[in-house]
Design a binder for this molecule. Structure first.
Ligand SMILES: [Zn+2]
Length: 138
């Protein structure tokens, strides 16, 4: 094997540790009682902070899933292979994105067809909008 898989695995493990530390921090602040503040402005600021923390928390959880999945592939011996076509993923792509699930070709195909590997809330919203638009404007 010519790819430096050990290095990629270390990268993923380092990121996993960082994400776990982030998550531990976010879990701790998530449940802070903002109503304990006497000042409305303070409460608003706290609410805003918590909202952005929650967004980051969701993002970190999502990242962790991807990293875990990639690390799992190391133990299965299928790391670095496209989940769609089974071809090896370009090493340059893996270096830039160690948790890549698809080769560049398949990733592009999925993006074009709209069949995203992990449909985000945006994609779902768009689907709903398209579905409802005809009825609501009739
Ligand atoms: Zn592929």
């Amino acid at each position: 094997m010519t790819r430096d898989d050990a290095r990629l695995q270390r990268l993923l493990e380092t990121e996993r540790k960082k994400l776990l530390a982030d998550l531990a921090y976010f879990e701790q602040v998530e449940y802070t009682d903002i109503s304990s503040s006497n000042h409305l402005a303070d409460a608003a600021t706290a609410a805003y902070d918590q909202a952005s923390d929650l967004a980051l928390l969701r993002q970190a959880k999502h990242r962790l899933k991807r990293v875990d999945r990639a690390l799992e592939k190391f133990s299965n011996g299928c790391y670095g292979y496209c989940e769609c076509c089974g071809e090896p993923i370009d090493f340059a792509r893996l270096k830039a994105l160690p948790d890549a699930r698809f080769c560049l070709q398949c990733q592009r195909k999925r993006e074009v067809s709209g069949d995203s590997p992990a449909p985000g809330p945006k994609a779902l919203e768009q689907g709903e909008l398209n579905h409802n638009s005809k009825e609501s404007f009739a």
